[in-house]
Each structure stands twice: as structure tokens, then as C-alpha cells.
Design a protein around this ligand. Structure first.
Ligand code: NAP
Ligand code: HSE
Length: 465
């Protein structure tokens, strides 16, 4: 005989269960803060898939109230009768609202509103990785006190259910490493520049038009958004609270087309990768443009797609891929959280209570100089005898071994001035500190045109560096 849901949910102090007799018929009330790209996607799924959701949850879902900045903007998919206000408190204090979706973005007023929603006894679903990364401790402390859930599947890798995968699917594992493409805008830009030879600025504008980019796209292209998402993943995978400023990061904003070309010649594509690796000494965390071997799984992730490679001690290597940004993938993740909160409130409250605890993990972070990586180096050097040998000597003196070298013949010269040529050196694994010291010495003692370029290189073996 099947269990009655009344029995399962009895005695759970949860606003979703108003009373046992209400259970079957009363709708779950949803309030939405922000009806931009993501908020409108949520409304659209709730309207288009109402019947299916009711079947899956066992109760209808009703959008009760929404808040925006500008009442005159056109809002697609908003059903008639829904409150539309510029005062978010009207949403939070509406007694019919059980679950608040925060899809406004930014730190304030989003943070204060989430805290208020929790204190008012509402569950919260958010896509706001910037807020979680740097204010997770305060938010989850409030969730613990209020005994409510804060769910954030949409905050990392858009539509890919990576939070559920880490929390549940891979829960039997000690996570050893994560290597991920986490920013749809950057991947969209890198794909268009590499595959179609398009200009950086044009593709960034296209990403903004398609709704992938953040309100301030600097956060996408300088690696900050990826670092926010990595901080969230590290919390779940390693039970470790790290602030964004503790993650060494570089973006794609200063990448040159020449490096995309040379990487291609060497058999690589460049991706903005987030990496977290557990070593006996501690955790290694970074975000950087990285050469990834053509044909490897991560190299094949194109356009706004994201991918997360997770290595667990029991399962080995796993790869999760899907659309990482945009209206519907992000809304898909937020609505999945609503379903989760509705059908397993106790589990979601308990999971939230375990996150961003002051008594969480205490694994030390490994300093940047001790990070280990292979590197791509590019120098503009004079085409004179002994130059290559001199550079190789400095690398060798710093314990850096060369894996391969390319240098093209200079363009035909007309004048007497010495030609400068690009010299590309691929190294074997070395510490970032050794690379930094070698580059300092090269800068000081070599005649170079421009700054030397250094990029990380992912292992050819499919193993993380
Ligand atoms: P968006 O298009 O700029 O929408 C933001 C919405 O919030 C707008 O409707 C805006 O109102 C409203 N809003 C902002 N400040 C407000 C305030 N003080 N009071 C009331 N309403 C306010 O942003 P989005 O792209 O949907 O992103 C929302 C969140 O989702 C961000 O945290 C973002 O990082 C995250 N996210 C986005 C994506 C994506 O692909 N776009 C993917 C994953 C996560 P108006 O419309 O009146 O201006
Ligand atoms: N701006 C983000 C991106 C949205 O491009 O990936 C998804 O978090």
C-alpha cells in the first residue's frame, strides 16, 4: 500500500503545509523579485507547464506577487491577477507567498530582502551567485534560525543540475577535483573568436543581447563571475567557505587573438576554466584562461554551454554539461528547486542548515606560488643568435622543463632593423612561483617587445593538472 502524503508531511513546521486538510488543494504561492531575463523565464515555465508541475508536486503552483523597478516595461508571460509592484516588501509580506524567488541580482537590496523573506518564514530560491559567494554565511545563518531552505541550483552552471549532483548523486564520494567551464558569456565569446574569427567586442554585445551576460559584463569577462560560482561549488564539494577574493583569477578580457591562433596551431583551444583540486597540503583554487587539448571533453563545450568535470574518490571522473546561461536554462534550475522544496521540504531545510557554517571545513588554501601547472609562454624576441638558448637557460635554472617550442621565420625584412619574432614555449608541470621568478628574470635581462604572455595548459591525459 502506498504512503499517504499527509502522513509523510505531518508535524513538519513548514509554510507549504498550511494544514493537513489544505494539503491536496491549496496552491503553493510564489513571489518573484525581479522579472528580467531569469524572472520572466520562471513565470513562463510556471505558466506553460502548470499541469505537469501540479502532477509532479501534488499541488498547483500560483504566482502571487512580483516586484520590479519599472512598472512600464513590458512583461511577457505574466498571468492576469498577479500583483506587480515596485515595493519588494509587498511580495514578502503577502500571506499567500510561500516561496520567494530572488531574480534581481546584485548584493543590495537582494541580500536584505532574502534575510527578511527567511525571517518571515518563506523559503528562498535564488540564482545570485555573487551574493552566495561573499555573503553565504549570513544568509545560511538566517536560514538555520528560521528553519527554512535556501536553494540555488541556478546560481552555478545555469541549467546543469550540478548542485543536486554534488549534494545527492555524488554524496558517497570525497571530491578530489573540479575542473569547469562556468561562464556562458565567456564560452560564447571564446567559441565565436576561435571558430568564426569574430571580434571580441562584437561577440560580447551579442551575449548581452541574448541575456547571458551579467548587468555589468565586466564580471563575466574578468573571471569574477566564474570565481563566484567556484566559491559556491567549493562550499558544497569541499565543505569549505572561501570568499571570491581568496580565489586567484584572470579572465578572457586581455586575451589576444594571436594566442588563440598559436594555441590552435599547437592542438589546443582556450577556455576559461575554474579549478579546485584537493591535495594533501590543502586546496588549490583558481580561474584562468587555459589551453585545453582539441578533442578533449572540455574542448568540445561550445557557445553558451557550461561543463563541470568532477572527480570523486569512488566514482572517478564524471562530466556534466548543458546550457550555462540564458532565460530558460536558468529558469529550469530555479523551478526544479521549487519542486524540491515542495516535495521534500525537510530534506531541503536540512541541506541548507549544513551550508556556510562557521564550523565548516578548515582545509588550508594553497598559495598561488605553490600551484602546479603546465604553461604556454609567448615572447616577442629579437631574431638574433643565442636568444632562444638564453630563455631556455633561465627556465631551466628555475626548474622549468620545456615540452615544445615553435617559432616562425620572420617576415621578409626591408630595412636594417632586427626583426622581432614570436617564440612560443610549452612547458612541463612546474609551480606558478617558479614561472613567476623565471618571467621576472626574463623581463629584466632580455630585450622583449611587449609583455610576455603566460597561460595555463590542461593535461593531455584527461587528468586535471
Ligand atoms: P536582469 O535581466 O537584469 O533582471 C533583473 C530584474 O530585477 C529586473 O526585472 C529588474 O527590474 C529587477 N530589479 C532589479 N533591482 C530591483 C529592485 N531594487 N527592486 C525591484 N526590482 C529590481 O537580470 P537577470 O539576467 O535576470 O539575472 C538575475 C539574477 O540571475 C542575477 O543574480 C544573475 O547573476 C543570475 N543569473 C542570470 C543568468 C542569465 O543567464 N541571465 C543565469 C544564471 C544566473 P526592471 O525589469 O524593472 O529593471
Ligand atoms: N552571466 C552568466 C554567464 C550567467 O554568462 O554565465 C549565468 O550565470
Amino acid at each position: 500500500m502506498g504512503c499517504s502524503p499527509r502522513v509523510i508531511f505531518q508535524n513538519i513546521p513548514d509554510p507549504l503545509i498550511k494544514s493537513v486538510s489544505d494539503y491536496v488543494s491549496s496552491p503553493i504561492g510564489v513571489g518573484i523579485l525581479g522579472l528580467g531575463t531569469v524572472g520572466q523565464g520562471v513565470v513562463r515555465i510556471l505558466a506553460d507547464s502548470a499541469e505537469m508541475l501540479e502532477r509532479r508536486i501534488g499541488r498547483p503552483v500560483k504566482v502571487v506577487a512580483t516586484a520590479v523597478r519599472d512598472l512600464d516595461k513590458k512583461r511577457d508571460y505574466l498571468p492576469a491577477g498577479v500583483v506587480l509592484t515596485t515595493d519588494p516588501m509587498e511580495v514578502l509580506t503577502n500571506p499567500e507567498v510561500d516561496v520567494v524567488f530572488e531574480a534581481m541580482g546584485g548584493i543590495e537590496p537582494a541580500k536584505s530582502l532574502i534575510l527578511k523573506a527567511l525571517r518571515l518564514g518563506k523559503h528562498v530560491v535564488t540564482a545570485n551567485k555573487a551574493l552566495l559567494a561573499d555573503h553565504g554565511t549570513e544568509i545560511f545563518e538566517a536560514a538555520r534560525e528560521a528553519e527554512r531552505a535556501v536553494c540555488f541550483e541556478a546560481a552555478v552552471a545555469g541549467g546543469i543540475p550540478i548542485i543536486q549532483a554534488l549534494n545527492v548523486g555524488l554524496a558517497a564520494n570525497r571530491i578530489l577535483s573540479i575542473s569547469a567551464i562556468l561562464n556562458g558569456t565567456c564560452n560564447f565569446i571564446m567559441t565565436a573568436m576561435t571558430r568564426d574569427g569574430k571580434a571580441y567586442g562584437d561577440v560580447l554585445k551579442e551575449a548581452q543581447r541574448l541575456g547571458f551576460a551579467e548587468a555589468d559584463p565586466t564580471m563575466d569577462v574578468d573571471g569574477t563571475d566564474t570565481a563566484h560560482k567556484l566559491a559556491v561549488l567549493v562550499q558544497i564539494a569541499f565543505n569549505q567557505t572561501v570568499g571570491t577574493d581568496q580565489i586567484s583569477r584572470r579572465g578572457i578580457d586581455r586575451l589576444e587573438a594571436a594566442d588563440i591562433r598559436f594555441a590552435g596551431e599547437l592542438g589546443y583551444v582556450i577556455k576559461l576554466l575554474a579549478k579546485a583540486r584537493w591535495r594533501a597540503e590543502g586546496l588549490e583554487l583558481r580561474v584562468s584562461p587555459t589551453l585545453v587539448p582539441k578533442g578533449s571533453q572540455l574542448a568540445e563545450i561550445s557557445d553558451s554551454y557550461n561543463a563541470v568535470r568532477v572527480e570523486g574518490d569512488a566514482v572517478g571522473d564524471t562530466l556534466f554539461a548543458g546550457r550555462g546561461a540564458g532565460m530558460m536554462p536558468t529558469a529550469s534550475a530555479m523551478v526544479s528547486d521549487l519542486i524540491g522544496i515542495s516535495i521534500e521540504p525537510k530534506a531541503r531545510i536540512r541541506a541548507s542548515a549544513e551550508l556556510w557554517k562557521s564550523s565548516g571545513g578548515t582545509t588550508p588554501l594553497i598559495g598561488v606560488d605553490e600551484h602546479k601547472t603546465r604553461a604556454y609562454l609567448r615572447f616577442q624576441i629579437p631574431d638574433r643568435p643565442g636568444q632562444l638558448a638564453y630563455l631556455a637557460q633561465i627556465l631551466g635554472d628555475n626548474g622549468i622543463s620545456i615540452a615544445s617550442v615553435i617559432q616562425h621565420e620572420p617576415e621578409a625584412q626591408t630595412g636594417t632593423e632586427v626583426a622581432f619574432v614570436s617564440l612560443i614555449i610549452m612547458t612541463h608541470m612546474a609551480t606558478s612561483g617558479a614561472m613567476r621568478r623565471a618571467l621576472e628574470q626574463i623581463r629584466k635581462t632580455c630585450e622583449l617587445r611587449g609583455e610576455p604572455i603566460i597561460l595555463e595548459v590542461d593535461g593531455r591525459t584527461g587528468q586535471p593538472n
